[in-house]
Write a protein that binds this ligand. Structure first.
Ligand code: AMP
Length: 216
């Protein structure tokens, strides 16, 4: 049995065509079903639905053989115990620093101010500001980062940005582009040895699916 860990939403939706390229069709709609384990048309492949941030953990500990997860989540997780064979180039966005429209970020950085930064990406933020030589107090949040500068709780946020519409709607502006993000295939290292042939075929089909989509 091959167990594939996916999170609902954008990653699930954008992984479906790649699964199809591997001849795998998920037989239930996760938005309609309450099931956490979904069967596929292949008797030896099943999908488990987990929180996006839990995908690397499920795969690293062998709860799933393979998974699809954002680079942001992988960087925060650290990637230990995971083989990362393929950038699927889906769910693309970026991790950025944003501040309130009225906040002079460049000046604050220039005069060496200590910034309060709210984020769920504490590892990415810590490394980024350390490299820049900017002192920060990190405030860990689990959602609605945009609210932190609006309430005066933080000077800046580090968050995912795609179109920039969410920032704009909340009177925030992007001031630093930290890293481009897309989703990656991750594989449990023990599974790769024990189920090598089946997993290699799936990885190969996913790679072909990515190439075919890019060529279209
Ligand atoms: P946007 O308004 O298009 O810039 O999207 C920003 C919002 O969508 C933020 O709340 C992000 O956390 C979320 N977001 C954008 N891209 C992604 C992605 N690839 N995966 C998960 N969340 C995302």
């Amino acid at each position: 049995m091959i167990t594939l860990a996916l999170s609902k939403g954008r990653i699930f939706d954008e992984t479906l065509p790649l699964l199809a390229a591997a001849g795998i069709e998920v037989l239930e709609d996760p938005e309609k079903s309450r099931k956490l384990i979904l069967p596929t048309n292949q008797a030896d492949v099943r999908v488990v639905l987990v929180r996006a941030t839990d995908v690397p953990t499920y795969v690293a500990y062998g709860g799933a053989d393979v998974g699809v997860t954002g680079k942001d989540t992988l960087l925060e997780h650290g990637g230990g115990g995971l083989f990362q064979p393929l950038d699927l180039q889906i769910a693309k966005c970026r991790v950025s620093v944003a501040v309130h429209n009225d906040f002079d970020y460049a000046q604050a950085v220039q005069r060496g101010a200590r910034l309060r930064v709210a984020t769920k990406y504490t590892t990415i933020a810590r490394e980024f500001f350390a490299r820049k030589g900017v002192h920060v107090d990190l405030i860990k949040l689990y959602g609605s980062m945009e609210l932190a500068p609006l309430t005066g709780m933080a000077d800046a946020i580090v968050d995912l940005v795609s179109t920039g519409n969410t920032l704009k709607a909340n009177n925030l502006k992007e001031v630093e582009h930290i890293i481009d993000i897309s989703s990656h295939l991750v594989v449990n290292q023990a599974s790769l040895k024990l189920k090598q042939e089946r997993l290699r075929r799936i990885i190969h089909a996913f790679a072909q699916g990515v190439d075919a989509r890019n060529a279209a």
